[in-house]
Design a protein around this ligand. Sequence first.
Ligand SMILES: [Fe+2]
Ligand SMILES: [Fe+2]
Length: 260
Amino acid sequence: MKLLFIADIMGKPGRQAVQHHLPQLVGEQKLDIVIANCENSAGGTGFTAKIAGQLFNLGIHLLTGGNHSFDNKDGAAYLAATDRVLRPHNFPAGNPGSGRGIIPLPDGGEMLVINLQGRVFMLPIDCPFQTADTLLAEWGDRGPVIVDMHAEASSEKIALARHLDGRVTAIFGTHTHVQTADAQVLPGGTALISDAGMTGPHGGVIGMETEFVVHRFRYQTLRRFQVSKDDIRLQGALLEFDDDTGQALSIEAIDLPLAL
Ligand SMILES: [Fe+2]
Ligand SMILES: [Fe+2]
């Protein structure tokens, strides 16, 4: 089976890149499943129910999130009403939504999707390793498992991949918005890319206009960020896996410019 993971969709430019590329990719690559991270899809911070609906209509089966999942009020409320938009599961209990989702597979089986968040240079939430172990114990061997590990540190993402090697089909790292050159299948059969990148404008600073971010770093005072418009790309990774064993066969990073 073939799965496309689309990295953090950033604002309107990111949504345009998905709209432009996804229908063609589904046909050309014979994609069975499409998963995307939507934490930045509404103006760079958070998502809305309307945007989630538009992304589902483009062929995305399930959306994941991260530290920005709760930023938009509408999106945060929608998390409680849908099982197709995840947020990191290891946030404290009492937050809306869940980081555990199920996608029905074309052959009648089911796929588990787990969304986690790291703790290095991030909020001190529950342990992503223990959370993954608990969710996997509940799932058993019902079918393939995909993990979106939303984290700052490559080391934490690679350590989680090593910890889960042989127990999940793939781990897609997200959050840094910078694609890593380490897509690989680990010895136990788990595919890894420590960061799938960002779907949106690459001309500024990780998706935001240069001027505002440079101001913040130089003067240490807050400036409202604005989503950049330059060098729009769809980034992510293509995964091929054996749906009987749940083992990954190959993983390849993708980086497609939006031809204007
Ligand atoms: Fe992001
Ligand atoms: Fe993030």
